[in-house]
Ligand binder design. Structure first.
Ligand code: BES
Ligand code: ZN
Ligand code: ZN
Length: 478
């Protein structure tokens, strides 16, 4: 991320400013004239919540914070306001902005800066020239309430989120399963966590039948990455395991997807993998005292001479046999192996993140994550609270036993599709067959990739999951 965020002790007269105000600000402190102050007050009375004033060498952007009915809604309002300010400065190609916390409120000001910083993200790797390139390179933070450590944490989180976005946005030609694992190794080296990558023969010796079956139609080899961050003084005795779906491209296989608005963005089918790896990156950078392992089974899903066929039967890592009736329901096959593999770590909790079902998108759209699982209520509440805090909200679905009937097979232990209804749940129920520990499943199919901008979540990969898991894990580390 080529955006610096750093604390400053004063703003110089030529610096462009953002003033976060509750209406009680002394405008003269920031070089504004009496006439300007009168204008600002008058506009504020008319309920305009953002204003822009042009001086010879600088712009002063004023934002009046409007408190919402709940603290987390106010924070989200701040992030969105940060995006609006970013949009304004982007038009002027401003390179440096100082944000003044005239609210004297660290969390709200940090949320505003987070919104600005996340809005500065662009994926320009394949564009020779970009007239619309964001030029913002530095955000100064002027506040008596914000600590340097808050700022470095914020920087780590925005950086990790943008790295996840980069991975999701990179097409499969540049990021197959082997290359994805190499990216994980780079992340591990930079942040300080261990990365071990299993190759195809190791995966064969482990009998990961799901991962191998999805890979049958591919010319590229599958990988299985095991990442571990184990700091001295970790608060948890048993690790927390994160599992990410790493389908680097999902054509559907022989059950081929249609192209438009379906297959055409399936480079994003590894968003779960990107999220868990970048979460590990963030917690290692922030040195959180929590022991976390991340597992990523990775392959592309393609049709070819040897591709798995609808009707085939495979044996998974834990010995369960699966009748594969739809090769497009491939995510659960590779995740089943990974969830079974996770057992050996005796985890206190496993959370999987996966772009698993179109049914999750049909149910709640892109505004949240469909979740379900067997973790205790306290853990679920804590996850949901983190979801609200970072505004990556969780909507819990039931996993009633009646759904088990829907994935029964006549000729194998289970089949990989349910009926026409409850598609996200039957996918979750499939995963549950591979789990013998407290577990949560996050279906991120909706929020992981956007087709148009939504405030600071810019079009394309969003990096969803990173901020959520980081918030949750930092609470567990306390
Ligand atoms: N990767 C897709 C799910 C998906 C859909 C992700 C939309 C992101 C946006 C998954 O592998 C899939 O194809 N699921 C099928 C399952 C069905 C065949 C039971 C689906 O949801 O249609
Ligand atoms: Zn699929
Ligand atoms: Zn998929």
């Amino acid at each position: 991320m080529d955006l610096a965020i750093k604390q400053v002790s004063k703003a110089s007269a030529d610096d462009s400013l953002v003033l976060l105000s509750d209406g009680k600000t002394r405008w003269s402190d920031y070089g504004l004239s009496a006439a300007e102050a009168a204008y600002i007050q008058a506009e504020h009375k008319k309920e305009r919540n953002h204003l822009l004033i042009n001086h010879l060498k600088r712009w002063v952007y004023i934002y009046f914070l409007e408190k919402k009915s709940a603290a987390h809604l106010t924070l989200e309002e701040c992030r969105r306001a940060g995006q609006q300010a970013h949009h304004c400065f982007a038009r002027f190609k401003t390179e440096k902005v100082t944000v003044v916390d005239a609210l004297d409120n660290a969390t709200e000001t940090l949320a505003f800066i987070e919104g600005m910083a996340l809005s500065n993200y662009q994926f320009l790797r394949y564009r020779k020239s970009a007239k619309d390139k964001n030029e913002l390179r530095a955000i100064g933070v002027l506040s008596t309430k914000i600590k340097a450590s808050d700022i470095s944490l914020l920087h780590i989180l925005v950086d990790a989120t943008c790295r996840a976005r980069d991975l999701v946005n990179t097409p499969v030609l540049h990021l197959n399963a082997v290359q994805l694992a190499k990216e994980f190794q780079k992340l591990g080296k930079e942040a300080g966590f261990r990365v071990e990558v299993f190759n195809k023969s190791k995966i064969e010796s482990l009998k990961m039948g799901g991962l191998l079956a999805v890979n049958f139609g591919s010319v590229d080899h599958p990988t299985f990455s095991v990442m571990e961050y184990k700091p001295k003084g970790a608060k948890n005795k048993q690790p927390i395991v994160l599992v990410g779906k790493g389908v680097v491209y999902d054509t559907g296989g022989l059950s081929l997807k249609p192209t438009a608005n379906s297959m055409d963005y399936m480079k994003s089918d590894m968003a779960g993998a990107a999220a868990v790896a970048c979460t590990l990156f963030a917690i290692a950078k922030a040195k959180l005292p929590v022991h976390v392992i991340a597992l990523v089974p990775a392959t592309d899903n393609r049709p070819s001479g040897n591709a798995i066929t609808p009707g085939d039967i495979i044996t998974m890592h834990n010995g369960i046999t699966v009748e594969v009736l739809n090769t497009d329901a491939e995510g659960r096959l590779i995740l089943g192996d990974a969830l079974s593999f996770a057992q050996q770590f005796k985890p206190e909790l496993v959370i999987d993140l996966a772009t698993l079902t179109g049914a999750a998108v049909a149910a709640i759209g892109t505004f949240g994550i469909v979740c379900m699982g067997t973790a205790d209520e306290k853990t679920k509440d804590s996850l949901k609270a983190s979801g609200e805090q970072v505004y990556e909200r969780l909507a819990e679905f039931p996993i009633w036993e009646e759904y088990d009937e829907l994935i029964k097979s006549d000729i194998a232990d289970i089949k990989n599709i349910g009926g026409p209804y409850g598609g996200s749940i039957t996918a979750g129920k499939f995963l549950q067959r591979f789990v013998k520990y407290p577990w949560m499943h996050f279906d991120i199919a909706g929020p992981s990739f956007l087709h148009s901008n939504s405030a600071y979540r810019v079009k394309g990969g969003t990096g969803v999951g990173v901020r959520l898991l980081f918030d949750f894990l930092s609470k567990r580390a306390k």
